[in-house]
Design a protein around this ligand. Structure first.
Ligand code: APR
Length: 309
């Protein structure tokens, strides 16, 4: 199965975080913000002494950091403008709130990022090296904490999980794809609705004369099933974010519905999202476009393709 999303806020990367060009990268630091090995060592050697100087200044101002806290320095010579330093928990068997503390690392880092207008940020797999936090539990904690926080911090456009080792990389890829799959399953539940011939999908009201004597044109009224479907499309984040880009990229603006059904037959997930976005976003007050697309079996064909993926 190849799932391709272009506009998702969560991206999984394999590699060295010091090379990332996000606005900020996060450091898996220690409570005294001293140099260390692992990702901390790599960030300091790539970023230069300015980062350590700023760390020292922070410690002399506020004292040692608690586990889960986050502070920010500049990025020195790094491509990223800022480094957010957060202290992950040392794994002690799991009964000492390690999971909640790890969650706090991500929450506090994102909070700090949002407060400072940072739009893109890269995280390492905090605590999974020297601090020995089990990698699969750390990945789940990180992924779901970030996903929930992104709802709150809408101005953060992208979070990259930068995995240094293959094991972590595979864990994150699995989390991301099963998350997407759950979303797709929610949409697939609508197949019987679109297959049923009993639905009208869309009816139009009669034109009416208003109190001002003007004639007001008819407007579409949709089946509950159709509006539920659109709600789920929104809720699952299945839409491509940038509607205009989606039109340009996929050249679907001028295709008629039968041509679009042809395109759907060949589409990957990315293109299916664009087509869905096109129909959902292009809704105008009177045109009943969702109803047309439902009648022409556009949505049904998209769902059939999703079922195959
Ligand atoms: N880029 C991205 N990830 C990296 C890099 C890098 N250049 N180098 C190492 N990693 C990964 C490791 O593979 C691990 O999965 O970062 C993860 C976290 O490992 P550590 O750096 O050991 O961090 P942590 O487990 O949180 O321990 C923090 O280690 O270096 C000291 O001063 C630090 O005392 C603190 C402790």
């Amino acid at each position: 199965m190849s799932i391709k999303y272009s506009n998702d806020k969560i991206v999984i990367v394999k590699g060295d975080i010091t090379k990332e060009n996000t606005n900020a990268i996060v450091n898996a630091a220690n409570s005294s913000l001293m140099g260390g090995s692992g990702v901390n060592g790599a960030i300091r050697s790539a970023g230069g002494s300015r980062i350590s100087d700023e760390c020292r200044a922070i410690i002399s101002r506020i004292g040692k950091l608690e586990t889960g806290e986050a502070v920010m320095t500049s990025g020195g010579k790094l491509e990223a403008k800022y480094v957010i330093h957060t202290v992950g928990p040392v794994w002690k068997g799991g009964d000492e709130s390690e999971e909640a503390q790890l969650s706090n690392c991500y929450i506090n880092s994102l909070k700090l990022a949002a407060e400072n207008g940072i739009e893109t940020i890269a995280f390492p797999n905090i605590s999974t090296g020297v601090y020995r936090f089990p990698k699969d539990l750390a990945a789940k904690t990180a992924y779901f904490t970030v996903k929930a926080s992104l709802e709150k911090y809408q101005n953060i456009n992208q979070v990259r999980f930068v995995c240094f080792d293959e094991y972590n990389y595979q864990l994150y890829l699995k989390l991301l794809s099963s998350d997407k799959k759950d979303n797709i399953n929610l949409l697939l539940d609508f197949i019987p609705y679109f297959e049923s011939n009993k639905n009208k999908f869309c009816t139009f009201t009669q034109p009416e004369k208003g109190e001002d004597e003007n004639i007001y044109t008819s407007y579409p009224s949709y089946d509950k099933g159709l509006t539920d479907f659109i709600d789920i499309v929104y809720e699952t984040g299945f839409l491509k974010e940038n509607y205009l880009e989606c039109l340009k990229e996929e050249k679907i603006e001028n295709a008629d519905n039968s041509e679009i059904i042809e395109i759907i037959r060949e589409s990957d997930l990315l293109l299916l999202r664009s087509i869905l976005t096109y129909f959902v976003r292009q809704e105008r007050f009177c045109d009943g476009l969702w109803g047309e697309a439902a009648k022409d079996k556009i949505f049904l064909n998209i769902l059939y393709r999703l079922r195959e993926l």
